[in-house]
Design a protein around this ligand. Structure first.
Ligand code: BV8
Length: 245
């Protein structure tokens, strides 16, 4: 990646007062976590993720969908943050940033980022489908998925499925970050999933500069003022001072 683009990006980041960061599955790729659309390697290759990540699929085939999430929990539990995650944690110690992620893997938090806005929930959280409101007061009946011992409701992953609204507070914080930033840094997202994908456009509309970091062209490239075509783990540590470096 040529130095001119890097120096331009470094200057914009240094001058920024309020940075809105939006990350997607690509920032965890170098941690060995498959991106959303290739999370279905091997056994899962025959399913469309947008088919599995829905309440309808869960009601139709609870064991299959639950096992898909258990499989992804195993993958993510073995993963470590990579230099891109650590770089963003370091940036927050130098600049005022809001880190908004579409990822559910928790790797930003493991790298030391605080107040992470998880737009699509968290892979390790669970909740109840049609629960009675007291399901958490007694140990669940084990199974794929576990059931409530009081009302028989199915446990479900605490993630946002397609067709489900984003968590209200997370949505509010992400919208506010996009509407008040002067720099938007987009890392490792195809820009295909809404409403998250609309956020960089909001930042652009209010006059912020937009930098996209991605190994491939993305749907957000036309919104970007600058596109850095590089792996996030290599690129981000070059854009600002890493402590102790
Ligand atoms: C909703 C959790 C409505 C589950 C996920 C317009 C407006 C609003 C909604 C819609 C709309 N149009 C369509 C919709 C519906 C839908 C949608 O967007 N569909 C798409 C497919 C067209 N949106 C929804 O359903 C959302 N809900 O709108 O509700 C509503 C309104 C009112 C009331 C009720 C309902 C909910 C969307 C959330 C779905 N859940 N995840 C789970 O994970 O199982 S989204 C899921 O996909 C992941 O979270 C992930 O974030 C996302 C995929 O996006 P990416 O993160 O970008 O990942 P991807 O693999 O696509 O790309 C990776 C990128 O990284 C690539 O570009 C690659 O080149 C790059 N990369 C790879 N390696 C590297 C790299 N980059 C840098 N370095 C590297 N090393």
């Amino acid at each position: 990646m040529e130095n001119a683009a890097l120096s331009l990006a470094r200057g914009w980041i240094a001058d920024a007062r309020q940075i809105f960061v939006l990350t997607g599955a690509g920032i965890s790729a170098e941690s060995g976590v498959p991106t959303f659309r290739d999370a279905l390697t091997g056994l899962w290759a025959r399913f469309d993720p947008e088919e599995l990540a829905t309440e309808e699929a869960y009601r139709r085939q609870p064991a299959l969908v639950w096992q898909w999430y258990q499989h992804r929990r195993e993958l993510v539990s073995a993963a470590q943050p990579n230099p891109a995650h650590y770089a963003l944690a370091a940036l927050a110690r130098q600049k005022s940033i809001t880190l908004v992620t579409q990822n559910i893997d928790g790797l930003h938090q493991h790298a030391g980022s605080e107040h992470v806005v998880e737009l699509h929930g968290n892979l390790f959280a669970n909740k109840w489908l049609d629960g009675c409101g007291r399901c958490d007061t007694v140990p669940p009946i084990p199974g794929d998925p576990p059931h409530c011992a009081l009302c028989g409701a199915m446990m479900r992953p605490g993630v946002v499925w397609f067709g489900e609204d984003l968590p209200r507070v997370a949505r509010f914080r992400a919208d506010h970050a996009a509407e008040t930033c002067d720099l938007c840094l987009v890392v490792g997202t195809s820009g295909l999933v809404y409403p998250a994908a609309a956020l960089p456009g909001v930042a652009k509309e209010i006059g912020a500069r937009v930098i996209v970091v991605n190994t491939q062209p993305s749907a957000l490239d036309e919104t970007a003022d600058l596109v850095l075509s590089a792996p996030a783990g290599e690129c981000l540590p070059m854009l600002w001072q890493q402590e102790g470096a």
